[in-house]
Design a protein around this ligand. Structure first.
Ligand code: 4NP
Length: 145
C-alpha cells in the first residue's frame, strides 16, 4: 500500500487489509513515495478512524518506498495518480510496472479514481478514505483468499 507520506492513507490500507487476511500467509506493508515521515507513527486522525472501526495501527512506522519493494511484493496498490507516477519512475522492468495499480480500480475497474489525500482536511475526509479503502480491501482480500 503506497501513498505520499505513509502516515494517512497507506497505513490505514495496511491495517484494513491485514484485518481481512491471515498474517501467516500474506505479507502486507505500506510505504510513502516521499521521505517526509520516515519513522513517524500514523497521523492521529488515521489512528482514530481505524480505532473507531476496531483496528489498531498506532504501532506502524513510516518508511519510504524503495526499488527492492518490487522484488518483495506481488501487488503494489497506490492511492492516487501522483503516487502511481512516482512508483512507476522507480520500476526497472515491465514486470515491475505490471505490479502497480490504483487501489480504487479494484472497486471501479479502469476508472483510475484517486483516494483523495485527507492530510489538509478535516476528520470527514478520513472517514471517507476509510470507507473507500475498506471497500477496495474487501475485493482484494476476496481475490487473494
Ligand atoms: P498520505 O498523506 O500521503 O496519505 O500519508 C500525506 C501526509 C503528509 C503529507 C502529505 C500527504 N505531507 O505533505 O507532509
Amino acid at each position: 500500500m503506497v501513498c505520499l507520506g505513509n502516515i494517512c492513507r497507506s497505513p490505514l490500507a495496511e491495517g484494513i487489509l491485514k484485518s481481512k487476511l491471515p498474517h501467516s500467509t500474506f505479507l502486507i506493508d505500506s510505504a510513502g513515495t516521499a521521505a517526509y515521515h520516515i519513522g513517524s507513527a500514523p497521523d492521529p486522525r488515521s489512528e482514530a478512524i481505524a480505532s473507531k472501526n476496531g483496528l489498531n495501527i498506532s504501532h506502524l512506522k513510516g518508511r519510504q518506498f524503495e526499488v527492492s519493494d518490487f522484488d518483495h511484493f506481488d501487488y503494489i496498490y497506490v492511492m492516487d495518480q501522483s503516487n502511481y507516477d512516482n512508483v512507476v519512475k522507480l520500476a526497472r522492468t515491465n514486470q515491475d510496472i505490471s505490479k502497480v495499480d490504483l487501489i480504487l480500480n479494484k472497486v471501479h475497474p479502469g476508472k483510475n479514481y484517486d483516494v483523495p489525500d485527507p492530510y489538509y482536511g478535516g476528520t470527514e475526509g478520513f472517514k471517507n478514505v476509510y470507507k473507500m479503502l475498506d471497500e477496495a480491501c474487501d475485493v482484494i482480500a476476496k481475490e487473494l483468499a
